[in-house]
Ligand binder design. Structure first.
Ligand SMILES: Nc1ncnc2c1ncn2[C@@H]1O[C@H](COP(=O)(O)OP(=O)(O)O)[C@@H](O)[C@H]1O
Ligand SMILES: [Mg+2]
Length: 221
């Protein structure tokens, strides 16, 4: 089993959107997936409970309870545990990072979000955790030209030597609409959003299992 923590100390960057989309992407590809929601607001749990089709399991947890949840998930033979974390609660977020095999940091392409990333980045580096930074809510390029906001954000992240994911998740209303019914953008009719999520999953799956193992898992599913 692999454990992924989705973190950002700032609220509203899209942790729950990315955590639930990764969990749904894994589920749709046959991975037995559990989400541990350690945000007291329980947004991930609410999203996944709204789903009518079979989907990833979700439990409400907390930083201190996370380790036993991880053992239980392992015992149940889960393939993947995704932890959705709260903004600000540094201790709980630290526990998620410590227990994770891989950390996904989520940032909007704004200077406030990017400067808010520094502490998380330092913690992840200190613990030597493999990680990636996903730029979320990036404005859609016009005629293939990246908006200045995005260019500036990418420069800032490069300056910080942040491990940038090769895929950005664009700002699209389909994510909000899909999650109202616990669905992934991949299950909706917005091909561009579906591609962002499929590409992000493909990248993270290789990060977690390596190229060959990942291919085997999909073949078995
Ligand atoms: N890529 C996106 N495009 C459009 N809206 C988004 C996107 N990602 C997140 N949002 C919206 O931004 C708000 C905050 O997202 P959420 O995932 O709840 O963030 P967090 O869990 O970090 O607080 C929600 O209303 C969500 O629907
Ligand atoms: Mg959230």
């Amino acid at each position: 089993m692999r454990t992924v923590a989705v973190v950002a100390l700032k609220g509203g960057s899209g942790k729950t959107t990315i955590a639930t989309h990764l969990a749904l992407a894994a589920h749709l590809r046959g991975y037995d997936t559990l989400v541990a929601d350690i945000d007291p607001q329980l947004s991930a749990q609410n999203v996944l409970q709204a789903r009518t089709q079979p989907g990833p399991a979700c439990i409400a947890s907390s930083g201190p309870k996370l380790m036993s949840a991880q053992f239980a998930a392992q015992g149940l033979g889960k393939d993947l545990l995704i932890i959705d974390t709260p903004a600000g609660l540094l201790e709980d977020v630290s526990e998620a990072i410590v227990l994770a095999d891989y950390v996904v940091m989520v940032v909007r392409p704004t200077l406030i979000d990017i400067s808010g990333l520094v502490r998380t980045l330092l913690m992840v580096r200190k613990l030597g955790k493999p990680s990636t930074v996903v730029v979320n809510q990036a404005p859609v390029p016009r005629e293939s030209i990246e908006p200045p906001l995005v260019k500036r954000a990418l420069r800032g992240l490069a300056h910080m030597q942040a491990p940038l994911a090769p895929v950005m998740v664009r700002s699209r209303t389909v994510y909000q609409i899909a999650l109202e019914t616990g669905r992934s953008a991949e299950e909706m009719s917005d091909a561009a959003a579906a591609k962002d999520i499929a590409d992000l999953w493909a990248f993270i799956a290789v990060e977690l299992w390596g190229a060959e193992d990942e291919a085997d898992e999909i073949a078995e599913a």
